[in-house]
Design a protein around this ligand. Structure first.
Ligand SMILES: Nc1ncnc2c1ncn2[C@@H]1O[C@H](COP(=O)(O)OP(=O)(O)OP(=O)(O)O)[C@@H](O)[C@H]1O
Ligand SMILES: [Zn+2]
Ligand SMILES: [Zn+2]
Length: 856
């Protein structure tokens, strides 16, 4: 997806006070003897260890650029005389009581020393910047809190994050003062603060933006005000008739507050009354609520638990494969080592049970675990499995209300949660005693964030696990080549589960060659063979899954007379026709018009809807199999919260016979009665201009094929394709990951593509095409000269228009950088962009994407 990049603050900066002499906590930069070794090397104390141990090209290597010549000069003189009281033992203590902060460094300070806070910002790319901490604030300010400080020429104080408190020298007296402390308590602990500074550095994203990704906005919003407003019913509400006269939602919220008999914040009331802010604001306006400002009290509200999709899970007796896998994982847990393990288990091999047992082991020692899962569609089943096996599970997902998110975050932070299950952002869950991080379906593309900061949850999980000295467990039937390569180069341990639970066979995969005319059906997408197989399956009361990875009805709207294609004016991409509502929609920016009934160019009356989307497939399926009960699952039908659960539990209970949809039906689902999987067009992703096209195709086909044969009745797969001899499709049809991985690694090696080398992408976009291209060219010149000064071995490609050359009205160009060494790659970009300013009148922004997953 190509949503909202916050533009890199290329044009901002302006004069900013006093760059800090001390970089974000990068212990490599300090002189020996400046710090007590425990301050940098204590287990779990920070990301110091990450930098040294991660030099494997391509894989999770950190790219902390000890070698970054551009920064090196500034980093000398880093001093921290204060931290010497720390001991190794203290680490254990801080683990136990998170957010209890270490004693401030100035306990050992002498008279003339000044207390200094290093502060980072959302829209100032560099820093941190130093500020003096006034004496009366010394005891209150800790890393992980927000402050108001003066910044540059701005009149109003700016919000910044304190990432370090330290002793400054005499010269520090010319620093500006911290104006105000905004939080009562740190919003994250020191290891998380260090994770932020590492991410900011590695992904070249302002640290303030990284904090924003880390701390839910609801937490920032309410925890940010030091005092909170509590609501109580106004005296006038004692009159029943006043309450009765209110609209339903307001009535409900008010009655809840009355019966609760204690004050609540607006967000608590929203959770309780399951309402938005609107009815509460309406009550406020009517004067029916009294507001009272007081110190925050601990929230202890029940959340709305969504029910899972009805699957039953008991603890299983482990298979031999599972026991062996578990032994290797518990060995890593017991060793308290920062070890990466890749659990490569074929579809249906029972990986979830292994995760659960591993977590049971973690919980036994009073520690907690994070389980990252790709998508909301996976969550109902996964969450159910975890909820039934652990006393306290927090599930984070994108459809939560801000109030729910806030509540869960508080529970997690207070140490009340054993297991956090969620999407990529759950990697930041502030668990006080984290013992294990798991990425399920670790190959999944959704682990990469496509807006700033453009982080990959696998890499961040790796960094977090390394710094806490805990294991990271990656699991997949189709591991990413990055993770696979890591097992081959000794950076991760491979655990294999090559067979399915109960020795069920892998399903038979049959390829249908769509180039052969007889195989295709006239006027439809379902081949003769697939049609027969669906009928047969339905007759046997089996269930069917059909995959088509394109939503909408028709993917092009074209005039047969003049050839005109109806396209988005802002992106120039073809619009997709959606039958419901007769809309033509741009899938890149959501631009929507009524589908034109005739050609907008030549007025020809007979415009054609070409290409195939899930809506059209649904129409065809219903016509071909009139008795089947069919549901469609794609992002158009799954907009409403809870819609996944609804469809999936109907499918589980047998109220549905056939489920068709996009890749969201391809992964993780475990339905024993699915006897047939059909892939409508396996080539859809194969010819994308992206070196990962083959990998994605292999993963998608293997994963969806894996949805069948999971019960005792067997299963088969029919894959329709125009390229049956393609290696990715061949390997998927034989469930042969090794063949695929070996062949694909050899391909990548030719060009040093990841995982053998590293790639970065810089997207330059602007409103005027020439100006945008000229900016891209001058950035290229800077990159070239940075490369030369650093003596870096980095290949530069472009600038060129990417496949999506225009998006939301902006012209786009991109530059690709490639190197065997991620450190050199990062350093080159950093040096080239550090002083690169684009005149405001040019209206050009650029975005840096390190380890891009998206080349469009
Ligand atoms: N030891 C066991 N004995 C019997 N059944 C088991 C055992 N372990 C797991 N199962 C069951 O096997 C099925 C498949 O397990 P699971 O969904 O965890 O597979 P998976 O490896 O995650 O597959 P996928 O990669 O396709 O998601 C589930 O229904 C699960 O309850
Ligand atoms: Zn026309
Ligand atoms: Zn568009």
């Amino acid at each position: 997806m190509l949503t909202g990049d916050a533009p890199h603050a290329a044009t901002s900066a302006g004069p900013i006070p006093m760059p800090s002499a001390v970089p974000p906590q990068r212990p490599n930069d300090t002189r020996p003897g400046d710090r007590n070794p425990n301050d940098t090397a204590a287990p779990g104390d920070g990301l110091g260890e990450v930098s040294g141990s991660l030099s494997a090209p391509g894989f999770l290597s950190s790219g902390d650029d000890a070698a970054d010549a551009g920064d090196a000069a500034q980093n000398r003189g880093a001093q921290n005389r204060g931290a010497q009281h720390k001991s190794g033992a203290q680490h254990e203590a801080t683990q136990g009581q998170l957010f209890e902060t270490d004693p401030p460094p100035w306990e050992l300070a002498v008279e003339e020393d000044v207390a200094v806070a290093s502060v980072v910002f959302r829209d100032a790319p560099y820093g941190p910047y130093d500020y003096r901490i006034p004496a009366e604030m010394r005891d209150q300010l800790h890393p992980g809190m927000r402050v108001h400080v003066p910044l540059g020429r701005r009149k109003r104080p700016t919000v910044g994050w304190c990432i370090e408190t330290k002793i400054g020298s005499q010269s520090g007296k010319s620093l500006s003062d911290v104006a105000e402390i905004l939080d009562d308590a740190p919003l994250c602990d020191r290891p998380l603060v260090r994770l932020v500074t590492w991410m900011s550095h590695y992904y070249q994203s302002p640290a303030g933006q990284v904090f924003d990704a880390l701390i839910p906005s609801s937490v920032r919003a309410s925890a940010g005000t030091r005092e909170r407003t509590y609501l109580t019913p106004a005296p006038s509400t004692a009159d029943e008739s006043v309450v009765d006269a209110l609209p339903k939602k307001q009535q409900r919220a008010l009655r809840l507050l009355i019966t609760a008999g204690k004050p609540m914040t607006a967000s608590q009331l929203m959770v309780h009354a399951e309402c938005t802010a609107a009815p509460i604001n309406a009550l406020r306006k009517k004067g029916l609520l009294s507001e009272d400002t007081r110190r925050e009290m601990a929230t202890s509200m029940p959340v709305r638990w969504q029910t899972s999709d009805g699957e039953k899970t008991e603890a299983h007796e482990l298979t031999d494969d599972q026991s062996l896998a578990l032994q290797r994982i518990t060995a890593a847990l017991d060793a308290a080592a920062a070890k990466t393990l890749l659990l490569h288990g074929v579809t249906g091999s029972g990986k979830t049970e292994v995760y659960i047992r591993a977590i049971e082991h973690v919980v036994k020692f009073g520690r907690a675990a994070i389980v990252l899962v790709p998508e909301i569609s996976l969550t109902p089943q996964t969450r159910g499995r975890f909820e039934r096996r652990f006393a306290s599970v927090a599930v984070l997902h994108s459809q939560m209300t801000p109030a729910e998110r806030h509540f869960q975050w508080q529970r997690i932070r207070r140490g009340e949660v054993q297991v956090v299950v969620g999407p990529r952002s759950a990697v930041f869950a502030p668990l006080p005693r984290l013992g294990l991080i798991i990425l399920d379906e670790e190959h999944d593309g959704s682990f990469k964030q496509d807006s700033q900061p453009r982080y990959h949850a696998r890499k961040v999980a790796y960094a977090r696990a390394q710094s806490l000295k805990i294991p990271l467990l990656l699991g997949s039937a189709t591991p990413s080549l990055e993770s696979w390569h890591a097992t081959q180069s000794g950076h991760a341990e491979l655990i294999s589960m090559p067979s399915r639970v109960g020795n069920r066979p892998m399903p038979d995969v049959q390829l249908v060659d769509l180039r052969i005319k007889d195989e295709r059906s006239r006027g439809g997408a379902i081949s003769r063979q697939l049609h027969l197989a669906v009928n047969e399956t339905l007759r046997e009361n089996g269930q069917v899954i059909l995959l088509l990875n394109r939503r909408g009805f028709a993917t092009t709207i074209q005039c047969p007379s003049c050839g005109h294609v109806v396209a988005c004016p802002d992106c120039e991409m073809p619009l997709t026709h959606h039958r419901d509502g007769g809309k033509a929609v741009c899938h890149y920016c959501d631009y929507t018009i009524a589908t034109p009934p005739w050609c907008p160019e030549c007025r020809f009356d007979g415009i054609r809807y070409g290409g195939l989307g899930t809506q059209k497939l649904e129409v065809e399926v219903k016509a071909r199999f009139p008795d089947a009960r069919v549901a469609r699952m794609d992002s158009d039908t799954m907009r409403r919260p809870g819609s996944h659960q609804k469809v999936l539990s109907a499918f589980r209970s047998g109220e549905l016979d056939l489920l068709l949809g996009t890749q969201m039906i391809a992964k993780g689902l475990d339905f024993p009665n699915v006897l047939l999987v059909g892939v409508i067009n396996a080539d859809a992703a194969l010819h994308f201009p992206d070196f990962r096209a083959g990998e994605r195709t292999f993963q998608l086909v293997t994963q969806v094929a894996g949805r069948t044969g999971r019960g005792n009745r067997g299963g088969r797969v029919i894959v329709q394709t125009f390229s049956p001899e393609h290696m990715a499709i061949q390997a998927a049809s034989r469930h042969d990951y090794l063949q695929f991985a070996n062949a694909e690694i050899a391909n990548r090696r030719k060009f040093n593509y990841p995982p053998l080398g590293s790639v970065a992408r810089i997207i330059i976009r602007g409103t005027v095409e020439d100006v945008t291209e000229a900016t891209a060219n001058s950035l290229l010149l800077r990159l070239e000269s940075a490369r030369e000064r650093l003596g870096a071995e980095v290949r530069l490609l472009g600038p060129a228009p990417p496949p999506i050359a225009k998006l939301r009205g902006k012209y786009r160009f991109h530059l690709l950088l490639q190197s065997l060494d991620p450190l050199q790659l990062g350093a080159t970009i950093r040096m080239a962009t550090k002083t690169f300013k684009i005149p405001e009148k040019d209206d050009v922004q650029y975005v840096i994407d390190i380890d891009p997953m998206d080349m469009l």
